[in-house]
Write a protein that binds this ligand. Structure first.
Ligand code: AAE
Length: 651
């Protein structure tokens, strides 16, 4: 019989904030919720009471009170949370003001900078003054083209403190990718790095910036963050905006002031990956983001003021926004800028011991790559501080769960979490009070009425289907930028099932109350009419030691669809019949004959987005000779050429 891979001790459960919240809700509302399933059921059935309890438990401060918790229209997405309430996001992230470390920024070359909460507040106060003097106020857009450093966090907090809207891209975005994003939202201020380091190289951004800047006529101020204090000069940049170096733009000092804004005031603009056209600008509101993040970090991740949280992310991925909210819990955040494998695969694992990281977040791809690189942290590192590992970006394979417990640490909560840019948060995630079952996301998020539906819109009690959320939740986007009537927004999430959020994940509920995500719905393979999630195949293929990674697509073939698998192999390995047979044998033995690829093709590279997601749809389009709309969204667009006009796929 299947056993959990980890079960929290009674002491750990009792000490968790999730359990404290359950007791709080029981006391506050005279309830007797005995466990997480009961708490979740209540949180969905009584959303108003639940979200009010989150406000109270985390001591969220409204400058003006809300008229009510929720005012709902006839159908999603028509709803307003906490109408009338005003608050400031940055105020909550800067509640702590002591000498405790707030940010530890580590660069790839090992340089380390640390800011205490008191120092962070002083920097935010200084930058806030400079931005205010530059005319930034409620609703103005402040954009950043920045690596993951402390200056980026200061920029966001200063922007949010003034009620402005923050939007960031990482410097690995291509020129057109940045123009496609910032060009739409018309920022008043751009904070940009002069350069950054990656995989041992210093990459100068002056030329790229000089291509981007003329396309951003809205800019009034450009603030350049040099590599080091004496490099870069304002005259290097061709912009209509007044250009200043970061260190000349403001003096840290004083206490920040916080402008109260309405609950729904745009806080962040994030972007869809843009693989199917110009990226959609997804606008996230202030209060919804804050409530959802304190819930997810404080309860589901059990993050507290003594924890050190690390997430490997760039500021072009929503996990950066999620990570930064850890400040609201008074935790220390470790920011890392650089390649996760430079100079060796243990680079990030080294940080755990060096910085006493208690919660380590990364991607499923990184965990799979560590295993392929035969890294065994249990043998090489001590890891006493580590209590949880988080994984996202794509489904975490069962084998990766086994790897973590076998080769990293026995006693930790391994949480595969899933949601995304669309909601700047998660639908399903971890839980310090529940066991970890192999391959499963531990639970649905509190307050999120997540269900799995069949194609007719009927809830499934088991089996695979569409992941939906049937009730409004506070971190639903406020809308899309430049979509006044909301048509594009509705079309993106509410077309499949009117009035219900369809997330585009192909998922399954488990008997343990958890979820398994089988891949993206639009990438589902359909051979002979049988729906197969791509992750079902990847999970098997990853077991083959010679395979580093793979991408599966459905090729239209003789009136049906056949499964085609592309594999990237270890250096020096060639795909021969024996290896093909081995891949097929493993897939057949663990799934069904329908999953077995009709063709397996070796490729030198697999195209992926800048945040590391393999782009099945783009590969499928190239294989079918269809255009790929926007290759600027890809980290390695040249890889797409490897899939064009392949002789192996003509017969
Ligand atoms: C939480 C997530 O779902 C992050 C992502 O995969 O983009």
């Amino acid at each position: 019989m299947q056993q959990p891979q980890w079960t929290p001790s009674a002491e750990r459960i009792a000490a968790s904030r999730m359990d404290a919240f359950r007791r709080f809700a029981n006391q506050r509302y005279g309830l007797q919720l005995a466990d997480y399933p009961a708490l979740h059921a209540w949180s969905v059935a009584q959303r108003e009471a639940f979200w009010q309890a989150i406000v109270d438990f985390f001591e969220i401060r409204f400058h003006s009170p809300a008229q009510c918790v929720l005012r709902e229209g006839p159908a999603m997405p028509d709803a307003q949370w906490f109408p009338g309430a005003t608050l400031n996001f940055a105020e909550h992230l800067l509640r702590r003001r002591d000498g405790h470390p707030a940010l530890v920024a580590i660069a790839e070359d090992g340089s380390r900078e640390q800011l205490s909460y008191a120092q962070l507040a002083a920097h935010v106060a200084g930058l806030q003054r400079a931005l205010r003097n530059a005319g930034v106020g409620i609703g103005d857009r402040v954009a950043a083209f920045m690596p993951n450093t402390w200056q980026t966090v200061v920029g966001m907090l200063a922007s949010a403190s003034l009620g402005a809207t923050w939007s960031s891209c990482s410097p690995d975005f291509g020129t057109q990718g940045v123009i496609d994003r910032f060009g739409q939202i018309e920022p008043k201020v751009l904070i940009a790095a002069a350069g950054y380091r990656y995989a041992g190289k210093r990459i100068d951004l002056t030329d790229k910036l000089n291509e981007i800047l003329p396309q951003l006529p809205s800019l009034e101020r450009l603030v350049i963050v040099p590599y080091s204090r004496d490099e870069a000069s304002p005259t290097d940049y061709k912009s209509v905006a007044l250009t200043t170096l970061w260190q000349d733009f403001y003096q840290p000092g004083g206490a920040p002031q916080f402008t109260p804004v309405p609950f729904d005031q745009p806080l962040y603009i994030l972007y869809s990956s843009g693989t199917t056209g110009v990226p959609k600008c997804i606008v996230h509101g202030t209060g919804g983001t804050l409530l959802q993040h304190v819930k997810e970090l404080g309860l589901h991740t059990d993050l507290g003021a003594d924890d050190t949280l690390f997430y490997y992310t760039t500021c072009g991925w929503m996990m950066w926004n999620w990570l930064v909210s850890g400040l609201a819990l008074g935790a220390t955040l470790v920011l890392y800028d650089g390649s996760p494998f430079h100079p060796e695969p243990t680079r990030l694992i080294d940080l755990i011991d060096a910085e006493d990281i208690s919660i380590f977040g990364t991607s499923a791809k990184f965990i799979a790559a560590l295993e392929k690189a035969d890294v065994k942290p249990r043998e090489s590192h001590k890891l006493p501080s580590l209590k949880a590992i988080l994984s996202t970006g794509s489904p975490l394979a069962h084998e990766s769960f086994e790897y973590i417990y076998r080769e990293v640490k026995r006693d930790l909560c391994l949480s595969s979490i899933s949601g995304g840019t669309d909601i700047v948060s998660c639908f399903a995630l971890g839980n310090p009070t529940l066991p970890v079952w192999p391959g499963e996301l531990q639970c649905k998020g509190l307050g999120m009425d997540v269900q799995v539906w069949d194609e007719q819109g009927q809830p499934l009690q088991g089996g695979k289907g569409e992941l939906v959320c049937t009730r409004h939740f506070p971190s639903m986007p406020v809308g899309f930028w430049n979509d006044a009537g909301g048509e594009k927004f509705r079309a993106a999430y509410f077309d499949t099932f009117p009035g219900v959020w369809a997330h585009g994940d192909y998922a399954e509920e488990t008997e343990h109350g958890g979820l398994v995500i089988h891949g993206r719905s639009d990438a589902v393979l359909n051979p002979g009419g049988v729906r197969i999630g791509t992750a079902e195949i990847y999970r098997q293929v990853e077991k083959v030691p010679q395979v580093l990674e793979s991408v599966a697509i459905g090729q239209d073939w003789q009136g049906d669809v056949r499964v085609v698998l592309f594999v990237r192999l270890r250096e020096g390995v060639t795909l021969d019949d024996a290896l093909r047979d081995e891949i097929c044998r493993i897939i057949r033995a663990n799934t069904t004959p329908r999953h077995v690829p009709a063709r397996i093709v070796q490729v030198a590279d697999i195209p992926r987005t800048i945040s590391g997601k393999i782009v099945e749809l783009a590969v499928r389009n190239v294989v079918h000779g269809r255009p790929v709309k926007n290759t600027d969204a890809l980290a390695n667009p040249q890889a797409l050429e490897l899939y064009r006009d392949l002789a192996q796929l003509q017969s």
